[in-house]
Design a binder for this molecule. Sequence first.
Ligand code: FES
Ligand SMILES: [Fe+2]
Length: 337
Amino acid sequence: MAYFDRIKQFGVNGFVPEGWYWLVRSGEVKRGKAHPAKFLKTELVLFRGEDNVVRAFDAYCPHMGAHLCDGFVEGNSLRCPFHYWKFNSDGKCIEIPAQVENNNIPGLKSHKIQEAYGLIWLWTGDMSDPEEIPVIPELKGIPTDYKLGSNFLKKCHPNVVMINAIDAQHFRSVHQLIVDLNMKVTPLSKRCIQLSNTTPMPEKNSLLRFAKRFYTKALTYEMTYWWGHTGSVMVGPDFIHFYIIFALRPTLSGHTEGQTILVTKKRKGILGPLLNPIILFATKLVGDYFAKGDTIIFNRINFKFNNPIRADKAIIDFVEHYEEQIGAKNYMTHERD
Ligand code: FES
Ligand SMILES: [Fe+2]
């Protein structure tokens, strides 16, 4: 049996692991306004109440199915645009203008969402068991500045996009990188895996020998992957690390919609506000290089990992980690039960 035939979840359109997936930019959901959003087959209405909190419900009114993004936000409640039924912040129907009693009308299904890094994220798993929104491990507990980078589309599954950053063979062939990367794999949780390079900066010419002074250990290149759809990269010399999060989500056709998030440490004093925009701009250049990379190959790939070799070890570890993921309910056809 070919290796690929044993893979049940990795790169498979229709399997959606429990996790946080980006929906829209925060700025698109204005206070006192409703806004449509979609994740695969699930249509949502988002609205920002007077308390500035964004809530998400199933999009269609339980009365006759009007889309609630055309409705009205009243305080922290949402009123349907058609017959003006009103739903409170939990989705419970609290007012039907045409009659006093409400006949135990079913409420709106609410969805767990969160705002972070200037995006609104949807949790697809069990409501009682959400993970943290991805945080770059080196920045955990440290105040950060961030900026949204670029949007991108790839005509392949998000898992396949994520392979690219740990595919040491293609760094040599496609990108002519003169460093041999060796990605050490560490699982951080059942949904999160880390891959860190262990090889030092090579001393092949005087420039590299000079650069090596700024990398006391290995050449810094570390990826952290959450539920196989969102990843972060950390690169750079010891005195400055650059951090980029790649938030990916699948489309119904099995392609990828991505958004990069540029992150840096908050810097104190007068220097911080001057320096951080420059650092974030430099981070964007790195992020765009990654995001645009290999688009021609990804737009035509028919992913089948039939013949893995020893050099693919990091990818195999990632595939096996992903095969253990738990599938989310209701968003696609692969349901958990
Ligand atoms: S369709 Fe919403 S109140 Fe009638
Ligand atoms: Fe690449």
